[in-house]
Design a protein around this ligand. Structure first.
Ligand code: SAH
Length: 226
């Protein structure tokens, strides 16, 4: 169990390599690399990424790199988390319901929770889902709903969603996710195998509009529960 200890306010704030000063350096870098949504940058500054990664790696928490979170999975690179959040929002400030596929350690869920009334997140590895649930609860997030299941099916109970973020790469866009998108809703998803690109699909009155962004590298989206 990674997060069994009570988390003190001091641990949340961080010291040394997890301090506000170190975090600000990361935020400046994200801004330089093109992240323009200041609210996204502010939320990333105030979210303690060092508490979401495997113990012993805290000193790397505010580097712009992916890091291990256990069970052969990784927390996404901060730039990618910021970019996906920015793309999901578009010109909207806050969304009603957001679905995330691939909870992992819960870091992106925590970011998304500041831009949505409710976040729903599905993870296929039960152990990761339980760790994320414990940590998010300890940190006081109360609008994040977690389920262990297969994200290829989405989460039908609460559809339609104003935004869907997928943090593992399928070979093709899952039809079930398109179906669960609200009108004007956006799906942000890495697609591909050895070569992946980040896509944004927007639901319009007549169908779907798709744009392709940069080349990315995500863990594969796998069928079924682990
Ligand atoms: N958003 C996460 C990123 C985790 S990596 C974070 O901030 O930490 C991607 C996650 O997607 C992994 O935990 C992996 O187990 C999960 N995943 C892969 N295929 C899936 C599927 N079909 N359904 C749900 N989760 C899946």
């Amino acid at each position: 169990m990674k997060h069994s200890r009570e988390i003190s306010e001091q641990r949340v704030q961080g010291v040394g390599m997890t301090s506000m000063r170190t975090r600000k350096r990361l935020i400046d870098r994200l801004r330089r690399e093109g992240i323009a949504n200041e609210k996204v940058l502010e939320v990333m500054l105030n979210t303690p990424r060092h508490l979401f990664i495997s113990e012993g790696l805290e000193h790397n928490a505010y580097d712009n790199t992916p890091l291990p979170i256990g069970n052969d999975q990784t927390i996404s690179q901060p730039y990618i988390v910021a970019l996906m959040t920015e793309l999901l929002l578009g010109d909207r400030d806050c969304l009603d319901k957001v679905l995330e596929i691939g909870t992992g350690c819960g870091y992106q869920s925590a970011i998304l929770s500041k831009f949505a009334k409710q976040v729903y997140s599905v993870e296929r590895i039960r152990e990761l889902q339980l760790d994320a649930r414990r940590l998010l609860k300890q940190l006081g997030y109360n609008n994040i709903n977690l389920m262990s299941g297969d994200g290829f099916q989405g989460w039908t109970t609460y559809q339609p969603y104003d935004g869907i973020v997928v943090t593992a790469a399928p070979r093709e866009i899952p039809q079930a996710l398109l179906k669960q998108l609200a009108h004007r809703g956006r799906l942000v998803i890495p697609v591909g195998d050895a070569r992946q690109t980040l896509r944004v699909v927007t639901r319009t009155l007549t169908g779907f509009h798709e744009t392709t962004h940069l080349a990315v590298r995500f863990v594969p989206m796998l069928q079924g529960r682990a």
